[in-house]
Design a protein around this ligand. Sequence first.
Ligand code: UD1
Ligand code: MG
Length: 451
Amino acid sequence: MERTCLAVVLAAGDSTRMKSNVSKVLHRVANRPMIAHVMQAVASAGVSAAALVVGRDAEEVAAAARVPGIEVEAFIQKERLGTGHAVLAAQEAIARGYDDVLVAYGDVPLITEAPLRAARQGLAEGSDVVVIGFHTDRPTGYGRLLVKNGELVAIREEKDASDAEKAVTWCNSGLMAINGRKALDFLRRIGNGNAKGEYYLTDVVEIARSLGGRVTAVDAPEAELTGCNNRAELAVIERMWQERRRNELMLSGVTMIAPETVFLSYDTVIDQDVVIEPNVVIGPGVTIESGATIHSFSHFEGARIGPHAEVGPFARLRPGANLGSKSKVGNFCEVKKAEIGEGAKVNHLTYIGDAFVGARSNIGAGTITGNYDGVNKHETHIGERAFIGSNTVLVAPVSIGNDAFIASGSVITSDVPDDALALGRARQEVKPGRAKLIRERSLAIKAAKKS
Ligand code: UD1
Ligand code: MG
């Protein structure tokens, strides 16, 4: 039987140092609220229920914490009396009797499933408390893991530590797993007789041992435990997240020429043999399929780029852009809520919105779909192998047939059938010698002004 687990995620901080009108855990990393990253890691560690301990913005935080695969329930911690007190805010959930209780922090978004699973494994092997620790050159501010005869005996907070204890470099991440059947008993025994006058969750180490329980620790990489207290740290976390994800993608077969200039979102999907040139920004909801090439300075969100498509430089794909295989969207083009058929080309200075472009059609430079009348949006349908001459406005709703030909500079307001030629522009007039006359007149005016 698989062990049941409740995650208790602490997010009741006041976020003072963020200098923000919203809770810290709602600030985004890779276009996703920090709290959702934590929930995702917890869900990946096989946890199906979470108690979220919140202070301010309870509803917003709870909503942001809802990720697939995990049931989230919010508990309000009215006063901030310490981490032990915070976990007890969720006592109603803990009392339901899970095998494991896993404590995580809402402001430590780089955590992955591995240390969380390791901590749960420790419980499965008979520990009552498993602390997630880390080794660091800069232990200041963290609780220190104190060892005696090879056993973890206590966690000492910085403010309560002796000089000898402060020299310890094995630190408490704050995350830990506790035997779910004993957790409430341990937590209720925590007092606040310490330098800060707070209820320290870390006291469960000594409490469990005093009751004859076993306490162990597992280690996690320091980078995964980076916490966020201010906007500068938020930027550091963003950078670390981006580096990690880019590396994963490169190792899975994506080429990035200057990876440090490519920005991904939490849900970006990029298949093998995609090449990404420098300076590309990928917003949420983007999939790039195998063999596609992304040229520099492109910006995407909510878009699918089909296999072997070529996009950019300077292309903007907005939500609903769906590029077929081997299609091309070139420089200074914007595509929104539009399907670009297989092998179709939209190469220069074009806006395609609320549209369907059939396979192998060619959209000339400067083509615009006039999709908006100031009130409603309308659709443009272009068949296969159509040729749209440069500087055409397609005033939607309008439909262009297969193999149709639109002359350059046209304003197309009515449907064009298959194989038809459509011209929607003023007929050209040529007046021999007239340019010369105009020029001479202009020069005469200029000369008269000087004299
Ligand atoms: C805590 C640990 C310390 C560890 C450090 C790692 C304790 C007593 N100390 O210290 O050993 O090295 O984290 O970063 O646990 N929170 C609440 N309600 C509260 C208090 C805290 O929700 O009443 C939340 C905070 O928002 C934060 C987390 O719990 O997400 C940790 O609280 P914080 O005050 O940062 O604890 P530290 O003093 O850093
Ligand atoms: Mg802290």
